[in-house]
Design a protein around this ligand. Sequence first.
Ligand code: GDP
Length: 344
Amino acid sequence: MAENKRIRLKKQDIEIPLDQFIVGIKNGDRATLAKAITLIESNHPDHFHAGQQLLKEIIPFTGKSVRIGITGVPGAGKSTFIDRFGTELCRLGKKVAVLAIDPSSTMTGGSILGDKTRMESLSREDNAFIRPSPSSGTLGGVHRKTRESILLCEAAGFDVILVETVGVGQSEVVVRTMVDMFLMLTITGAGDDLQGMKKGIMELVDGIIVTKADGANKDFARKTKNEYNQILHYLVPATDGWETKAYTCSSLTGEGIVELWHVVNEFVNKAKRTGVFLERRKKQTSDWLLTSIAEKLQQSFFQHEQIKSILPTMKRDVEIGNIPVSSAVEQLMNIYLTNNCHKE
Ligand code: GDP
């Protein structure tokens, strides 16, 4: 068991022992889970160490969920879809956690059901947990702590984790490195999107969902789905052994929603059978290690006192051609490494 350190989270003015955090999470207590996410998101040094301790304790209880990324431009119908899809899953007896975008971009801290307005029906479900994250200052709602939040949700017993991101290009690349299956929501008449820049995203996803397939829009949605399928046919699928296809659904009528859950199951079963599922997760974790090291090194380099003082001059020198970039790098690295070694 972890040392029973008391953790004070200023924002919510709470003080609870680490043991209580661990027990609460293992019991699936949503209030504790919300506080735990706040803890790991905190930049306070004390919180960092407590957060790491907490993660270490819960790691054995993680990994059992299906992690699904959901992207789409604003207005594509993400929140309405997650609300409906998540609610259906709860009715099927699943525990659903949503790491959602908070469009108001204000931290809702430890609220259990913070996104009541965007996902009203899901927020009423006992088996749902919705955690909004501000979209500003992050990559479309995804940030460096999203992975750890996923682990905490898994330890709390959530079977399905939905990671929502707003389509801003780079955010899709990052989400892809965190999830098992990645879905893009789109609307009808997306003809222009089928060309050019959307192609990159289409090669990252495992399914394209044409939303709002209801009323007068239904036929149009089907037509868009077929157009996507034609293009997908020529693209490299994001997951080995899985054919990325387009689907239609309506979050309003519910048509096609449960069918999408069957698609998810088919995907997971297939990927598990072929070994792709486990391989992807392993690679995601080791890549995460490498990116984290790179981030730490970068931080330490740019916070180095001597580097900070010499860098502006170096920048000017390379700008006016006094010194080649490679030599400047060499000199700076020498300063950084020498001083760091002396510190040891
Ligand atoms: P987001 O910005 O991607 O989260 O999109 P929203 O979920 O907020 O949806 C944008 C608009 O589309 C809202 O006015 C929704 O009511 C509407 N909408 C979403 N899904 C559907 C659907 O399945 N059918 C219809 N007719 N409208 C929908």
